[in-house]
Ligand binder design. Structure first.
Ligand SMILES: NC(=O)c1ccc[n+]([C@@H]2O[C@H](COP(=O)([O-])OP(=O)(O)OC[C@H]3O[C@@H](n4cnc5c(N)ncnc54)[C@H](O)[C@@H]3O)[C@@H](O)[C@H]2O)c1
Length: 450
């Protein structure tokens, strides 16, 4: 019988040989960089001054983030890196069209991001590349003295999670995973309600990322993109961060509680093959290929305080988009799908749902009130705007980012933990304490209203 927790550090087996060798070499380069920059490189802007940001990866998501940055005042983007010259040139055009100076491009291959990180004028970098690059690039950025905003997930192995934490602690540079659903208007109002005690003591949460992403995994001709390669090789919850984002602050994870252990179970894998066969024919190579990824992954986390979190990953079957958030306490609960709450002694009818709408108005978060007052909505209904605004505010004011490195890695760690649990027949896998005990004394910091 396997021992629990015997192989938490998923190493090369989780990565292609090519990427692993390349990343190991880069990690060594990063160490050399750290020796080069023993103190924190202060590229910080003073309050109200211009913040200079470097973009790494300007495909679909990076271009979207860049567009939002360019709509903001006090932002310059003097450097853009992408291995795809056409993507980098498109970003260059966007920046020039916004009236800003033409950025320098870094397009000399997979490792050219290092030259961008070395620029002394950048206070921060935003990374929106394929998953297998995130941690390597983020570590390099912190070692070069930059604030790092890295797309989801921040890491895909436990060793990468540890590396991010080590580097953030060593360099004292914040690393924020750009987990946007934490900033959603409804989720922040629910956070206010929880903090005001409306639901009593929180004991349980359900969350999901249910989103048919077959055409994000494959290109317009049905050929696999980089993301599909992960599905071919791994059976795990490979995208747990959007579901978990708001849950961390709802349940005081890393500041009063922490993940103890996790079990994950996968269904069989049918959705990718069926959807591709329907569109391209049954003999199409992508439709015939075998994918390790099960259609639906159900993970259960037990926290040390004794609470539970169910996380569903459901991203390759035809279905409408859904997050299925439900947070339950000793006095009541919120259910996102029903857009409803029930609060004992407050809701008018005994044990009957009532609409969430009036609560949304009453407990609306100050961030959303300010956003609506100043600019209206943009990008994921304004959520992406808020996320970037608060990341940049932290850079400008040299403070901690709203999502810190510990939050970034615990959400990401569900990937390797679920991989291991599924591989071992839904075995309970211990979750590392990346805070090394600090969760017991850390105070909630995300979106605290003053
Ligand atoms: N937060 C969200 O809502 C959200 C939405 C979509 C995607 N994402 C995340 O954004 C990231 C990018 O996804 P995408 O859909 O934009 O993918 P994409 O393939 O469209 O873009 C990735 C870009 O990175 C570039 N790239 C690859 N390797 C590189 C390297 N070594 N150096 C520099 N550039 C490199 C590619 O050429 C491409 O332009 C992923 O991590 C994804 O999970 C987040």
């Amino acid at each position: 019988m396997n021992k629990p927790n015997s192989n938490l550090d998923s190493g090369p087996s989780h990565l292609s040989r090519r990427v692993f060798v390349k990343r190991s070499a880069l990690a060594a380069t990063g160490t050399a960089l750290a020796a080069h920059f023993p103190a924190i490189v202060t590229a910080h802007a003073a309050p109200d001054s211009v913040v200079r940001i470097g973009m790494v990866g300007v495909g679909g998501r990076g271009t979207g983030l860049l567009g939002i940055l360019l709509s903001m005042k006090g932002i310059q983007v003097p450097a853009v890196c992408d291995i795809d010259t056409a993507a980098a040139t498109r970003a260059q055009g966007m920046i020039a069209n916004s009236g800003r100076p033409q950025p320098e491009l870094y397009t000399r291959g997979d490792e050219d991001f290092q030259r961008l990180m070395d620029r002394a004028d950048l206070a921060a970098v935003i990374i929106a590349t394929p998953w297998e690059w995130h941690a390597t690039m983020a570590v390099c950025g912190m070692k070069a003295g930059k604030y790092v905003g890295v797309e989801v997930p921040a890491a895909i192995t436990i060793e990468e999670c540890r590396d991010l934490v080590r580097t953030a602690e060593l360099t004292r540079k914040p690393c924020m995973m750009l987990e946007n659903w934490s900033f959603r208007r409804d989720n922040l109002a629910v956070l206010n309600m929880i903090r005001q005690g409306l639901f009593g003591e929180i004991v349980h949460c359900h969350c999901a990322h249910s989103h048919n992403c077959v055409y994000w995994y494959f290109d317009a001709k049905g050929n696999p993109r980089w993301s599909a390669e992960h599905l071919a090789r791994h059976n795990a919850d490979q995208y747990p961060t959007h579901s978990l984002g708001p849950v961390l602050s709802w349940m005081n994870i890393n500041c009063g509680d922490r993940f103890d252990y996790l079990t994950s179970t996968a269904t069989r894998s049918l959705g990718l093959n069926l959807q591709l066969a329907e569109k391209y024919g049954p003999d199409y190579p992508s439709a015939r290929r075998r994918y390790a990824q099960g259609d639906i992954i159900t993970s259960v986390v037990k926290t040390v305080k004794g609470n539970t979190i169910v996380i569903n990953n459901d991203m390759q079957l035809p279905r409408p988009y859904d997050n299925r958030w439900e947070i339950q306490g000793t006095r009541g609960l919120y259910n996102e799908q029903r857009n409803a709450v029930y609060i004992q002694g407050v809701s008018p009818a005994y044990e009957q749902w009532e609409p969430f709408g009036p609560y949304q108005e009453k407990y609306d978060h100050a961030w959303w009130k300010a956003l609506k007052a100043e600019s209206g909505d943009a990008g994921h209904g304004g959520t992406d705007v808020l996320e970037l605004e608060h990341f940049i505010r932290a850079v400008r004011e040299a403070t901690q980012t709203p999502v810190d490195v510990y939050d970034s890695v615990i959400m990401s760690a569900v990937i390797p933990l679920s991989l291991e649990s599924i591989a071992r027949g839904s075995y309970p896998v211990k979750c590392p304490d990346f805070t090394q005990g600090k969760w017991q004394t850390r105070k909630p910091a995300f979106a605290v209203e003053t």
